[in-house]
Design a protein around this ligand. Structure first.
Ligand code: FAD
Ligand code: SF4
Length: 325
């Protein structure tokens, strides 16, 4: 498939990257950031919302720092998976992404900002044209959404990145920069319930890094994932459960995050809090798993049926809690 032509900008510092973004903005030119390109370039080859300008972050060295409390946006997934500085559950989630070749190119920032996916959309241009397009890339036809028709305002494509649920459970803060300044938000408040806008990033704004609280290392837990082929595929469902111990059988604190089930990753504070109220070990884990199953609302736009994915959420939650018993 032929890549549509675009102009590649190669800034060597964060300030240069932001200045390039400001110049393009002023000239009325739309652009995309590119990190590892493992998501953006396949989409461009399929002529999905390709832009005329692309700003590469590969040479911006300020974005590559990795420590137990600081994760640069340009940290490669392979390095996150292998480093002693990474939280073990985060390293496990990173190691479950795609294949080693993709992990060596793919980055943390690209994974967090991953475009949402839908089997009516992640297809070649000819394929999408043959069904008269869909709302997310309608080619000027005002085509409807094929998953929830007759509304044409909301895209329910699925967020299928692995890192977010673990990072949300570790209470990560995401740091953003734009030509007009910098800001930070909790990662759990970064995502927006729309498969097209996806998150709170404004035009010209990028992710610089994530930070974890000092005590993040005290959290233990697990990340469990359902995918078609373990060696390769996106999560059809993913569940992260993290807890803190206080010496007793009951966890002192508990957090649950999910991915691959809706347009944004889920952070299930109420379900986790009620599981802790009257902790009864395995019984409480079963109740928590059922509560998470009820909380998620997958739609029919990935490989597996929504009913199967919800059933598997219960199984994955129980498996992720095994270390609590
Ligand atoms: C075969 C295959 C299997 C895959 N399997 C998985 C999987 O199992 N799990 C999974 O999570 N992902 C999977 N992926 C998706 C992808 O490879 C990873 O999510 C990867 O982390 C994306 O990072 P990247 O640096 O390559 O992103 P890019 O492709 O460079 O960018 C992705 C998006 O993020 C934006 N972006 C990138 N960096 C920034 C930044 N710093 N600030 C703002 N926006 C930014 C880009 O504009 C683009 O919209 C798979 C991909 C393929 C091709
Ligand atoms: S959810 Fe609807 S609008 Fe979004 S990509 Fe799928 S078919 Fe298109």
């Amino acid at each position: 498939m032929r890549m549509p032509p675009f102009e590649l900008h190669n800034p060597t510092s964060l300030s240069e990257a932001l200045a390039t973004a400001a110049d393009l903005e002023e000239a009325g030119q739309d652009f995309d950031w590119i990190a590892g390109g493992t998501d953006l370039l396949p989409n461009y080859k399929w002529h999905i919302n390709a832009k005329k300008h692309v700003i590469a972050l590969a040479k911006v060295s300020e974005l590559t720092e990795l420590s137990p409390t600081h994760i640069g946006a340009m940290v490669r997934l392979h390095d996150l998976a292998q480093s002693d500085a990474s939280h073990p559950v985060l390293a496990k989630a990173a190691n479950s992404i795609a294949s080693v070749m993709i992990r060596r190119s793919g980055t943390v920032g690209g994974n967090i900002c991953l475009d949402t996916r839908c089997y009516w959309f992640n297809q070649s241009e000819q394929w999408r044209e043959s069904i008269d397009w869909c709302h997310k890339c309608d080619c000027g036809t005002a085509a409807d959404c094929r998953v929830i028709p007759n509304q044409n305002t909301l895209c329910v494509a699925t967020y299928q990145a692995d890192l977010a649920p673990v990072l949300m459970c570790l209470e990560a803060t995401i740091h953003l920069a734009s030509p007009s300044g910098q800001r930070s938000v909790l990662l759990s408040e970064f995502f927006e319930l729309d498969g097209m806008t996806r998150n709170v990033l404004q035009r010209g704004e990028l992710v610089t890094h994530l930070t974890l609280p000092e005590g993040a290392g005290e959290w233990q837990g697990d990340y469990q994932k359902l995918s078609q082929r373990e060696s390769w595929d996106f999560p059809e469902a993913g569940v992260a459960v993290l807890w803190k111990r206080n010496g007793g059988a009951k966890p002192a604190d508990l957090r649950v995050g999910t991915t691959g089930l809706e347009s944004i990753p889920g952070f299930h504070t109420e379900e986790a809090a009620s599981a802790l109220v009257d902790w009864r070990g395995k019984e409480s884990i079963d109740e928590l798993a059922e509560a998470i199953r009820k909380a998620v609302k997958p739609v029919q736009n990935t490989w597996y049926a929504p009913s199967y994915r919800r059933k598997m959420v219960k199984v994955l939650t129980r498996r992720a809690c095994a270390g609590l018993l």
